[in-house]
Design a binder for this molecule. Structure first.
Ligand code: DAT
Length: 138
């Protein structure tokens, strides 16, 4: 059993995709073990995306992710880390398969509806950034 960090980005919340995305994740069989809607403080956004600090789009990325409420989700299930990435689709919506969240809903490479941890190391790091132990189901 694995845990991962998913986040409905501000464009997803703004476009009323929260119920659709949560519904699909739950129907897939994943268990929501932590859930909160929040506006991400700038410092947390910079920590979350620290690996992109030197990239030219970093400022834009932090501006976007702090531009409105997000839904932070701790998700549990068998192979959920790669399973969530499959459901998300490719980063660039031009490459994202139909039926994936990004293939169906993303409007640009920056505004791509959903985040999901890339691997086990990032999942643990990101769950720790967004949730305290007390906020997660056992
Ligand atoms: P993913 O979100 O698929 O894990 P990533 O970790 O490479 O992709 O990048 C994180 C986010 O940064 C991505 O969801 C959108 C933004 N991003 C990535 N590449 C970009 C680019 N070339 N221009 C603008 N934003 C970009």
């Amino acid at each position: 059993m694995e845990r991962t960090f998913a986040m409905i980005k501000p464009d997803g919340v703004r476009r009323n995709l929260t119920a659709e995305i949560l519904g699909r994740l739950i129907r897939k069989g994943y268990r929501v073990v932590g859930l909160k809607q929040m506006v991400i403080p700038r410092e947390l956004a910079e920590q979350h995306y620290a690996e992109h600090k030197e990239r030219p789009f970093f400022g834009e990325l932090v501006d976007f992710i702090t531009s409105g409420p997000v839904v932070a989700i701790a998700l549990e299930g068998e192979n959920v880390i790669s399973g969530l990435r499959t459901l998300m689709g490719a980063t660039n919506p031009k490459d994202a398969a139909p039926g994936t969240f990004r293939g169906d809903y993303a409007t640009s490479i920056g505004e791509n509806v959903i985040h999901g941890s890339a691997n086990e190391h990032d999942a643990a790091r990101e769950l720790g950034l967004f949730f305290s132990d007390a906020e997660l189901l056992k």
